[in-house]
Design a protein around this ligand. Structure first.
Ligand code: UDP
Length: 473
């Protein structure tokens, strides 16, 4: 059992960047509260995490080996190393084999009289619940999603058979939920829509980890009360034993607070993209374009984006992940001096907080949404997969802090978003009336987000309350 003086937390992130980084930032927030943190992970993930936690003697990385299983290429320890998303299920199955070594780490802590206050483990590592329960340690789950999208996902999972009978663009009514927008089946994550009886292997896995999730002691959420407070009760209703959702975000802001402290006496080395932004004289004039790290965007769709950005006439900074794609003929000349296309990793948070950045054409991954919100930058929403449509609707219809790309609605196969739709969307966000009012909503929201993690802010207070409550367990 954790003793009342215990000041130690164990974190076990899922091995995917969008799941790991927020928990690394949380570990920094905990260390600011004089809590020691042990992050359990596998060797190659520990290697890439090390740079984030140097200078933090209170944060330790504890390595356990990644299992070798049939059907998964050797050396894949992170979803970013998978040859394709077809390997996701074997990868998820492999992580179940981490249970024994994980339990050994916990047992050693307990035997040496340093039991943790709690374990914070990813939703995908559902088996960690049984281990924690056996050893008497509270388990908190982490999903990497916002409150509203989690509540909708859970509710639509429960009501999948009724939703199954609807057509793609019929409104979906979820019992007991008051949504700030009209929800359609097309907005729901694929695992809900594609298998209403949940009997395919991926749905079975999600069903299993979902059951463990519901029995957790609590849920850590990378969001803040002021953004999603109305939806917390319906989200919590999917949990047993009065488990609470603890909104502690935006978690990356704890990292930035450290960055500010460090930068006082250090000159910042500017990247190519920030140097280019520095040259853009007019504030809020540039649209930043990124579709995150997971969504597959075809080369022909990238061509349409290039033409659309060119036609819009606005300056843009665009991060492209595709290695095979190059600019279509003739476009390079036309965008000279007005557009920068980068094929390397950029510091997205720095770009969003640059005074020249005035809009974000985004796939609406939850991390990107929070980063844009915190920077007070309105979003031009182009959701592509997973729960991104729900995030987009929250921002555009729920909060009024963005506008949407007009997609041609179709029931079946993927079709391209046209250059006209992209160009019109960019013009509206950067120069139109709807864009102006989105900016007017986004800017104050940014101030509220930043206040949330400061002393006496909602997320900062919630973290203190969480630690107090765990100490009383
Ligand atoms: N990101 C970045 N530089 C890049 C591309 C992405 O910093 O060149 C970061 C971005 O700031 C965000 C994360 O990668 O924190 C992407 O997460 P998100 O949830 O937005 O989307 P996903 O990649 O999971 O679809």
């Amino acid at each position: 059992m954790p003793s009342s003086s215990s000041s130690h937390v164990v974190i076990f992130p899922f091995m995917a960047q969008g799941h790991t980084l927020p928990l690394l930032y949380l570990s920094k927030a905990l260390s600011h509260q004089q809590i020691k943190v042990t992050i359990i992970t596998t060797p190659s993930n520990a290697n890439s995490m090390a740079k984030y936690v140097t200078n933090h003697p209170d944060i330790n990385l504890h390595e356990i080996p990644f299992p070798t299983i049939d059907g998964l290429p050797k050396g894949c320890e992170n979803t970013s190393q998978l040859p394709s998303m077809e390997f996701l299920l074997p990868f998820l199955q492999a992580t179940k084999e981490l249970q024994k070594p994980f339990e050994q780490v916990l047992e050693t802590m307990i035997k040496s009289n340093t039991p943790p206050l709690c374990v914070i483990s990813d939703f995908f590592l559902g088996w960690s619940l049984a281990s924690c329960q056996a050893l008497g340690v509270p388990r908190l789950a982490f999903h990497g999603m916002g409150v509203l999208s989690m509540a909708i996902s859970k509710s639509s999972w429960v009501h999948a058979p009724q939703i199954d009978s609807l057509s793609m663009f019929d409104p979906v009514d979820l019992p007991g939920m008051r949504l700030p927008f009209t929800l359609t089946k097309a907005d729901l994550p694929a695992e809900t829509v594609n298998s209403s009886n949940h009997d395919d292997p991926m749905s079975k896995f999600i069903g299993e980890v979902g059951e463990d999730d519901a029995k957790s002691w609590g849920i850590i959420v990378n969001s803040f009360k002021e953004l999603e407070e109305n939806h917390i009760p319906s989200f919590e209703s999917f949990y047993m034993n009065g488990a609470k959702a603890w909104c502690l975000g935006p978690l990356f802001l704890y990292d930035e607070m450290e960055g500010l402290e460090k930068s006082i006496n250090q000159s910042q080395i500017s990247s190519m993209s920030t140097q280019w932004l520095d040259e853009q004289i007019t504030p809020d004039s540039v649209i930043y374009v990124s579709f995150g790290t997971q969504a597959a965007v075809s080369d022909s769709q990238l061509d349409e984006v290039a033409f659309g950005l060119e036609e819009s006439g606005f300056p843009f900074l665009w991060v492209v992940r595709s290695k095979s794609w190059s600019l279509p003929g003739g476009v390079e000349e036309k965008i000279k001096g007005r557009g920068l296309i980068v094929k390397e990793w950029v510091d997205q948070r720095q770009i969003l907080s640059h005074r020249a950045t005035g809009g974000f054409l985004s796939h609406c991954g939850w991390n990107s949404v929070l980063e844009s919100v915190a920077a007070g930058v309105p979003i031009l929403a182009w959701p592509m997969m997973a729960e991104q449509s729900l995030n987009a609707k929250l921002i555009v219809d729920g909060l009024g802090a963005g506008t949407s790309i007009k997609k041609v609605q179709n029931q079946g196969s993927e079709i391209l978003v046209s250059r006209q739709a992209i160009s019109e969307g960019v013009k509206e966000l950067m120069g139109g009336q709807k864009g102006r009012s989105a900016r007017e909503r986004a800017e104050p929201l940014g101030r509220v987000a930043r206040r949330a993690v400061q002393k006496d802010g909602s997320s900062h207070d919630t973290l203190s309350k969480l630690i107090d409550q765990l100490r009383r367990c």
